[in-house]
Ligand binder design. Structure first.
Ligand SMILES: [Zn+2]
Ligand SMILES: [Zn+2]
Length: 260
């Protein structure tokens, strides 16, 4: 499996960057995990967007789903439009769009406000995943784990036929939910949004030190810190994570490619 970082910014983009978006390729199978602001532009440079098999959305926050809007417009009005939508019966043959429970209605509200309510339905084959059930996309198996955030959110694991695993925590506060889910994963992407812990109300994000602690508890083979603004001190985040986790750790960088 190959994992490409299309975007790693938090809720505002880095200079020339994009919010959350990770492209996972395994042979002919192509899965996009999250599609935040700016990701569609990066996707266009990385692969044929009409040939993506599935898009998995971890949660309905702008920095994880907003570029579904231009993506849907491209599938609707771009050169692939006829291939995506049958002219005879209107059947949608576009990429599968796997969203959290309740996500389809929330996305319809969003697209209704900025375009039309059925924009995504006309471009993607939308399904709400059941977090308790594994989903198969081509040769890749996808598992879900609810994590604590401000809206229903799921960490995801993508596993190839050989059992190699990529685990992405999405956005979350401190939790022991990942301990078993991500145990001994080959590649672990964890958010490290906060310079210091937020202490007002329920936690929804991690510091880099906490990301390192989570990776150590999971015994992950490799850790990548993500969802950190380029306006913050990445080197300090790396050092904090390394104090808690003694495996290989690095900062996510747009365009970086990982072999899993
Ligand atoms: Zn986010
Ligand atoms: Zn979020």
């Amino acid at each position: 499996m190959k994992v490409t970082v299309l975007g790693k910014s938090p809720s505002w983009q880095d200079a020339d960057g994009a919010c959350s978006g990770y492209l996972v390729e395994d042979g002919d199978t192509c899965v996009l995990v999250d599609c935040g602001s700016g990701v569609f532009s990066k996707l266009r440079g990385a692969c044929d967007y009409a040939a993506v098999d599935a898009i998995v959305i971890t949660h309905i926050h702008a920095d994880h789903c907003l570029d579904l809007v231009p993506y849907a417009y491209a599938l609707t009005y771009g050169p692939c439009a006829e291939a995506v939508r049958s002219p005879e019966d209107g059947t949608v043959r576009g990429p599968r769009l796997l969203v959290p429970p309740g996500g389809a209605a929330r996305l319809q509200t969003l697209t209704g406000a900025v375009g039309h309510a059925r924009l995504l339905d006309d471009a993607f084959a939308i399904a709400e995943y059941d977090p308790a059930r594994e989903v198969r996309v081509g040769t890749v198996h996808v598992r879900f784990q609810p994590v604590p955030h401000y809206v229903p959110t799921h960490a995801v694991e993508l596993r190839d036929a050989g059992g190699r695993r990529f685990t992405y925590g999405a956005d979350h506060g401190p939790t022991d939910a990942l301990d078993a889910f991500a145990a001994q994963t080959d590649l672990l992407f964890l958010e490290a949004t906060l310079p210091v812990p937020d202490d007002d109300g329920p936690r929804g994000h991690l510091t880099a030190a906490e990301a390192g602690e989570h990776a150590a508890r999971c015994r992950a083979r490799r850790l990548v810190l993500t969802h950190i603004s380029d306006e913050l001190d990445g080197e300090r985040a790396l050092a904090a994570a390394r104090r808690a986790y003694d495996g290989p750790v690095e900062l996510a960088r747009g365009g970086a490619v990982y072999d899993v």
